[in-house]
Each structure stands twice: as C-alpha cells, then as structure tokens.
Design a binder for this molecule. Structure first.
Ligand code: ZN
Length: 433
C-alpha cells in the first residue's frame, strides 16, 4: 500500500517561562545549519560538499562544542544545510544561478529522537532540557486535519518542524503524519521485523578495551586514553605554575590537541562498533544505560562519563544512516550473569576481566560476557513489546548471541530459549514464525 503522508499544523501551549528555551534552540539550530552551509558551499572554486556523512565528520564535534543542543539536533541542523546545498547544486547543473544557502526562517527540525510525540502533547528537546507542550485542539476537531490525522491512531508521527509566528507570538508544530497500513499488513511487517532482529551488545570499560561487543570484538584502548589524559594533565599543571602568557597559550592549544585526540579515538571506536553491527546484519545496537556511571562503575571519572556519552552519540548518529536503532538497557546484573546458563551471582567473576560461572564452569572474558547480556536485555525488551502471532507461547525469549569459534570467526545465532536461560548453540529458530 502506498504511504499516505499529511502535514498538520497545530498550535502549542508552551509553559510559562519556557518560550525563551525554544527561541535559543532555534538560534543554535540555525547556527548549525548556517555553519554547515558556509563550509559545504564552495562554488565556483571547488565542488560543493553534498555528503551528509562527510559534513558530520567535519563539523559535528565543533558544533556540539559550540552549542548546547542535543546530538540529534546538531545532526538535523547539519543535514538540513546539506539538503539545501544539494538542491543548490542541482539548480547550478540546470544552468540556474543560485548562492550559498542561508537559514533565517524560524524553524527547527524534530524527529522521534529529539521529540516525543503524543496525541495531546509533544515533548521537545531544547538547549535547556525538555519542554512539554500541550496541543491547542479546537472544540470541534472533526473534519479538520487535526481530527482526521493528528488525533487519528491510524496515523503515526514522522519528522516534523517547530515554527514560530511573530505576528501572533505563537509556536506551531507542523506535524508530519503517516498513515500506517491496515492490521493485516502491520502484523506481517511486525513478524518479518522480528525475524530479522539482531542485536549487537556493547560493554564499555574504564580500563582494558574501551568497548567490547557481543560478537567478540575488543575495540579501543581505555588504558591508553587514561594515560594520555594523565600526561596532558601533568603538563598542564606544570605549565600553569609558570604563569606566563606563552605558557597560557600552549595550555589552550593543548586543550584542543587533547580534545582532538580523544575525539578521534572515539570516532574510530564508533566506526568499529558500526562495522561489527553491519558485518553481522544487526538491526539494533544495545549499550548499557550511561546515566550515573560514576556512581556504579569502579574507577569511572567525569572524563569517562563524558567519553562514553560522546561515543554513544557518535554511534547513534552514524547508525541512523544505516537504519540501525541504538538503545540503552538497564545495566543491572549484566556483569554477574552467566551468558551461557543464566546463573547470576556476584562471585561469578574470577578476576577483573575474567568471568567464571559458579554453576556451569563457563569461563570467558568478563566484558565479552557482559556485552552478550546487554544484547540479550534489549532483545528481550524488543520481543516483549510485540504481540506473539501464535497466541503467545509461554515466556519464549529470542536471543541473538555472538559466539566465537575456534578459529576466531563469529557465528551469529538466533536461539529461542526459555526465560532465564540462553545457549550459544546456533539454531535456525526465530520468533513469530
Ligand atoms: Zn553458567
């Protein structure tokens, strides 16, 4: 069935005192778009840049540092400018005259990552946290676009824009709504999704390997990052004591150098995680919840919290282009649970990076074990969020786990196991058959 897409304009009831957050968000969003346009538009000296990925690689870090926007809004600003650059290039090719795109209209792009759309309100990400805005629904919405599409459960929200009308001083959501297909097609789509659901689990560490995946990839070097970080701090400390102007300047450039080095390292790690996901046909990547890591992860410093968040953001925005979903799961017991038999005990860890199950004697790298548990948690969540088409088999849980074979290769396996158990035995069974 063909997609039906409608745009519905609905006025927002913005809470007292939060209008300024939306205006600031718009300013910074346009800053991202205009900075990107100035960078990408190179006519007539050079070819303009029309690759989103190239633009994000070049500008994302800078714009994240220059603004208080969430990762997603920075990315949307970059993409909006690249889209405009592409249209400009198309016009040039047709022999029309045009110039560098400029963004000054009041408009911010929101999708499901930067906004949560509900039938009666929307939660928007801003420079100052989220703002919840009720829709102003007319008394008799039937036969209006609001009644027919916005309030209609058959329509789902797509990428939308927030706009502002200066004359009425009011904010409007231009909600793009897409009609979902009928029930039969929906369940067919859901079950084919389920068959292809493959989760890559990622465990992050403050020492050893920065990231370990459920496919057995050991990525990045957290020890090296810590070492570099300490070296930078040492040099900075001794220089600050000399207190001269030239020393001050070198400290500033060192800050930049340190920043750049670590960001490069995090970019490399994120690319490797995405390569793993792509090579194994993953539809999802699971990280543990990154809030409060300083409280629950031994040795985690502010620096690690920052680095983990940044790595997650890199993976998230790069994954979007590959249509891979990235999610966080609760970290509870992921390091204590045996990924083979499901036995969970705090003594299951032999040494720091070695896991030894007290019940089944399974031994493996502790971070690898944890990453498999992280993958399993998301898969369970994805599975429980969908109706079983065979009337609900009791507590069946699909688990995609990565197993390393003797020659170091990876065997992707989807096994249907009972609650609390998992095996690494490759099987061909899938959920929803
Ligand atoms: Zn075990």
């Amino acid at each position: 069935m063909e997609d039906v897409i409608r745009t519905v304009k609905v006025k927002l009831d913005v809470p007292e005192g939060r209008c300024d957050d939306l205006h600031q968000t718009k300013e910074q969003f346009l800053h991202c778009a205009n900075t990107t346009a100035a960078w990408a538009w190179r006519h007539p000296d050079e070819h303009c840049v029309t690759s989103k990925q190239q633009a994000e690689t070049a500008l994302y870090d800078r714009l994240r540092n220059e603004t208080e926007l969430t990762a997603n809004l920075v990315q949307k600003g970059i993409r909006r400018a690249i889209e405009a650059t592409k249209s400009g290039v198309a016009r040039l090719k047709k022999g029309e005259t045009t110039s560098q795109p400029q963004f000054d209209a009041w408009s911010v792009v929101y999708d499901k990552r930067s906004a949560t759309f509900h039938r009666d309100h929307v939660s928007l990400s801003t420079v100052n946290g989220r703002v919840e805005c009720e829709y102003v629904i007319p008394d008799d919405p039937e036969e209006t676009p609001i009644g027919e599409h916005l309030l209609n459960e058959e329509y789902e929200f797509r990428m939308s824009t927030l706009q502002y009308d200066r004359s009425t001083e009011a904010f409007y959501l231009h909600a793009r709504m897409r009609r979902t297909t009928d029930d039969h097609e929906q369940s067919a789509a859901a079950s084919s999704d389920a068959e292809h659901r493959t989760v890559l689990g990622v465990d992050l560490n403050v020492d050893g390997s920065l990231a370990v995946t459920s496919t057995g990839a050991f990525i990045g070097n957290a020890d090296e990052m810590n070492h570099r970080r300490r070296e930078f701090e040492k040099t900075r400390g001794s220089m600050q004591q000399t207190g001269t102007r030239s020393a001050h300047l070198s400290i500033q450039s060192m800050d930049d150098r340190e920043h750049r080095w670590i960001q490069d390292e995090l970019h490399r790690a994120s690319n490797q995680i995405l390569d793993e996901a792509r090579n194994h046909g993953c539809t999802h990547i699971a990280f543990e919840d990154l809030t409060d890591i300083r409280d629950r992860m031994a040795g985690a410093k502010r620096f690690h919290a920052w680095a983990f968040r940044r790595l997650y953001e890199y993976v998230e925005y790069k994954a979007e282009m590959l249509e891979i979903e990235v999610e966080q799961v609760s970290p509870a017991y992921t390091s204590q649970r045996c990924s083979k038999c499901g036995f969970t005990h705090e003594r299951n860890r032999g040494s720091k990076h070695q896991f030894a199950c007290q019940k089944c004697d399974y031994e493996l790298n502790a971070d690898y074990n944890a990453s498999k548990n992280i993958a399993r948690k998301l898969l369970k969540r994805l599975h429980s969020g969908q109706k079983s088409s065979d009337g609900g088999a009791p507590c069946q849980c699909a688990l995609t786990s990565g197993t390393l074979n003797l020659n170091g290769g990876f065997t992707a396996s989807v096994d249907s196991t009972t609650e609390g158990e998992s095996t690494d035995k490759p099987t061909t069974s899938v959920v929803g058959h």
